[in-house]
Structures are given as structure tokens and as C-alpha cells.
Ligand binder design. Structure first.
Ligand code: MTE
Ligand code: MO
Length: 251
């Protein structure tokens, strides 16, 4: 049996505990506001406050370290491939593009650009892949693509010194969209210079005549309508990196 006194004491204890809990909560909120303000008062690197950029750069180190060419993206049976493939992103996909005069500009060295036709590329060994294409916006879709492995292309065109470099850069013909890819990912056996989707030539809005399909990266790196391909040891400019995403965009 509780006496009246005990009950009053218990109510007091409860009230005190509630006040302490509420005080801790207020302190927590204040700390969050303080940290948030501090982050935003820091200098920016590439539009991202430095503390956040620091986290992104460290993620990059971890993921580029983990990455190896023996890690394969899962492939799927033909029956899993979507018939209606989602279209996303139209930077560099201007209407006034003249497909009839398109040639891939392969910059072998500064001032040494080789022009390559779609027929040249189609003549190389063809590889097909069905994989889960993942966009950073949160959707994914199992889709079917075909083209030449970049590694086969590089062997055919004797890009030996070029593939010793750290990065490949790819731009649309109008230079409105551009990506930089680390060479290990470029040479990955699932990375394609792709000219077919679902057994048909690429649709215009999906990058006709040639796009990159790189299953070890998020959608952003799968540049549609490649105009120029070049190589270097410095990171080439990258459209979504400039908008705050991590450079490697790996999965
Ligand atoms: N030229 C170009 N390529 C691009 C983009 C773009 O805006 N322009 N968007 C990227 C993004 S964010 C995604 S998810 C994929 C979408 O490819 P899809 O339209 O074939 O689905 O293309 C990538 N390649
Ligand atoms: Mo995307």
C-alpha cells in the first residue's frame, strides 16, 4: 500500500525527471542548430561546405579503394529486361544534333584526334549486358544494352599509353554534358561504348548514336550521345560533381 506522502514524492520525482529529459532535448536541438550553422559558415569547395566535402572525399577514398575489376555488377536474364525503358536527363541532347555527320572524336593526344564512325564501332566485337540501371534519384530498372567493351575498343585502337592514364573524359557533341571516369572503371569488363538498347539502335533520347554503359556506376556516369573521348591524369570536368555529387559515383 502507498501512503499519500509516497504518492506526492513519486509525482515530484516524475516531474523532475520530465524536466531533466526536456532540458536534455533542448540542449540536443541547440547542438544540432549550432553544428548546422557551423557547417554552413565553413568555406565552400565546389558548392559543398568543406566539412561535407571532407566526408564525400573520404567516401570516395573508401569506395575507390574497395573497387576492383573482378567485382561484377549482377546480370539478369532476358525476360527481366524492361520493354519500356525510362528516359532521364536531357543535358547535351539538343534537337539540332545532326546524326548523319556524327563521328566519335577520339583524342589520342593533344592535337591528335582520330574520327571514328558508328560503322567502325559496330564492326568490333559486340557485348550485351542486362543489368539493374540505378539512378541517384532513387529509381532503378533492369535494362538491356549492347555495344563494344571499352577494353576491346582500346585494344583495337592501340590506346596503350592512353589507358595508362588515370582518367577518361567524355563529352556530348555540344559539350553540355560531360563525365570523368577513373580508368579502372573504364576498363571494367562490363563497361560498354553502347549503340543498342533492346536489340535496336539507341533511341535519340537515349543517346543515339553512342552512349556509355557503365554498370559499376550510377546513372549519372552513363553519358548519352558521346561526342569526344579523351584521357588524362587529372580529373576531367564532371557535370554532376560540379553540382555537389561525389566524383566517382560508384555503386
Ligand atoms: N547526355 C546526357 N547523358 C546523361 C544524362 C543527361 O542529362 N545528359 N543524365 C544521366 C542520368 S542522371 C541518368 S539516370 C541516365 C538516364 O539514362 P536513360 O535516359 O537512358 O534512362 O543518363 C545519364 N546520362
Ligand atoms: Mo540519374
Amino acid at each position: 500500500m502507498h501512503t499519500m506522502e509516497e504518492k506526492i514524492m513519486n509525482t515530484g520525482t516524475i516531474r523532475r525527471k520530465t524536466l531533466v529529459a526536456f532540458g536534455v532535448f533542448l540542449l540536443f536541438i541547440a547542438a544540432c542548430i549550432f553544428i548546422w550553422r557551423w557547417i554552413h559558415r565553413q568555406p565552400n569547395d565546389n558548392d559543398t561546405p568543406e566539412p561535407l566535402r571532407y566526408v564525400l572525399n573520404n567516401n570516395e577514398k573508401i569506395f575507390s579503394g574497395l573497387f576492383a575489376n573482378n567485382h561484377m555488377a549482377r546480370s539478369y536474364p532476358l525476360s527481366a529486361a524492361a520493354a519500356r525503358v525510362r528516359v532521364n536527363g536531357d543535358a547535351g541532347m539538343s534537337d539540332n544534333f545532326d546524326a548523319s555527320t556524327w563521328k566519335l572524336q577520339l583524342v589520342r593526344n593533344a592535337g591528335d584526334t582520330q574520327l571514328i564512325t558508328l560503322d567502325d564501332i559496330r564492326a568490333l566485337p559486340k557485348t550485351e549486358i542486362i543489368f539493374d540501371f540505378k539512378c541517384i534519384e532513387g529509381w532503378s530498372q533492369v535494362t538491356r544494352w549492347a555495344g563494344v567493351k571499352f577494353s576491346d575498343f582500346a585494344a583495337h585502337y592501340h590506346l596503350d599509353s592512353q589507358t595508362q592514364m588515370k582518367f577518361a573524359g567524355l563529352n556530348t557533341p555540344d559539350k553540355e554534358y560531360y563525365v570523368g571516369i577513373d580508368m579502372a572503371s573504364m576498363l571494367h569488363p562490363q563497361t560498354l561504348l553502347c549503340y543498342e538498347m533492346n536489340g535496336q539502335p539507341l533511341p535519340m533520347n537515349q543517346g543515339y548514336p553512342l552512349r556509355l554503359i557503365i554498370p559499376v556506376k550510377y546513372g549519372v556516369k552513363n553519358i548519352k550521345r558521346i561526342g569526344t573521348l579523351f584521357f588524362g591524369n587529372e580529373r576531367p570536368p564532371d557535370y554532376w560533381y560540379e553540382r555537389g555529387y561525389d566524383y566517382y559515383g560508384g555503386l
